[in-house]
Write a protein that binds this ligand. Structure first.
Ligand code: NAD
Length: 255
């Protein structure tokens, strides 16, 4: 296999300024890709893009992009193509998890979660697919969903509903886009240590209990998700579409 299998590819990662998205951007660049870090947090996106280039020598650009805003998304994709020549791999990763108990959920919180995860996923997926089809390059689209598509906690009802919608968005898109040489898949992470859940996992007893219950004995890390994302982006994965890879250290198998 090519030692840099993503050479000459352009990866566009939403929510790439930190956490799982940053881990994927860094790894794609290590595998030879140019990357776009598209994030609502522009200052952090800039810092992260500079770090990717410093560590890998690959082009990395930061674009301010709110995935809930179609004009923002379209502009970011147009700039990607203008500056880097194409958009070959979309990772739809931007997400929020407000952790509000079901009976306390208000309409605004519900709507925001649906907007960022589900409508945002639609916005970027459709815009990226149109760009790939126009350039006749084929491509790869990867959604970062969640185990919440299978198991819903009482403080993640909005999140589980949005992520489950996103999973079926992925499936429908796989059907629509296969004939254009575009595969569409999801990665469902288990617990990955990032700022999203750090308030819980920084408590030593929580971390210890998780490690004892998880077959692999530890929390997941962004690099674990990046490994699966690289696999789905490879040429060799061209017949894999419409499916989800669960990356949870065996969490669900024993839960
Ligand atoms: N960490 C976990 O345990 C875990 C588990 C399962 C799934 N996930 C999913 O993985 C993805 C990444 O999670 P993370 O843990 O890295 O979270 P994170 O909070 O560390 O990072 C999320 C990133 O998304 C960006 N973002 C938020 N709203 C946005 C918007 N409207 N437009 C553009 N960017 C926006 C943020 O600025 C941030 O950089 C999310 O979709 C999350 O739901 C995470």
């Amino acid at each position: 296999m090519n030692s840099q299998p993503l050479q000459n590819r352009v990866g566009f990662i939403t929510g790439g300024a930190r956490g799982i998205g940053y881990g994927i951007a860094l790894r794609f660049a290590r595998e030879g890709a140019s990357v776009v870090i598209a994030d609502i947090n522009e200052p952090l996106a800039r810092e992260s893009a500079a770090r990717v280039t410093a560590e890998t020598g690959r082009a990395a650009i930061a674009l301010r992009c709110d995935v809930t805003d179609r004009a923002d998304v379209n502009a970011a994709i147009a700039r990607t193509v203008a500056e880097l020549g194409s958009l070959d791999i979309l990772v739809s990763n931007a997400g929020i998890c407000p952790f509000v108990e079901f009976l306390d959920l208000d309409n605004e919180t519900w709507q925001k979660t649906i907007d960022v995860i589900l409508t945002g996923g639609f916005n970027v997926g459709q815009a990226a697919a149109r760009s790939m089809i126009a350039r006749k390059t084929g491509g790869r689209i990867i959604y970062i969903t969640s185990l919440s598509t299978i198991q819903a906690g009482s403080s993640q009802v909005d999140y589980a509903a949005a992520k489950s919608g996103e999973k079926m968005l992925m499936a429908g898109m796989a059907g629509a886009l296969g004939k254009h040489g575009i595969t569409v898949n999801a990665i469902a992470p288990g617990v990955i240590y990032t700022e999203m859940g750090a308030f819980h996992w920084d408590v030593p007893e929580h971390r210890k209990a998780f490690g004892e219950a998880n077959p692999r004995g530890r929390l997941g890390e962004p690099k674990d998700i990046a490994n699966a994302a690289v696999f789905l982006a490879l040429d060799e994965s061209e017949y894999i579409t419409g499916t989800t890879i669960r990356v949870d250290g065996g969490h669900l198998a024993v839960g």
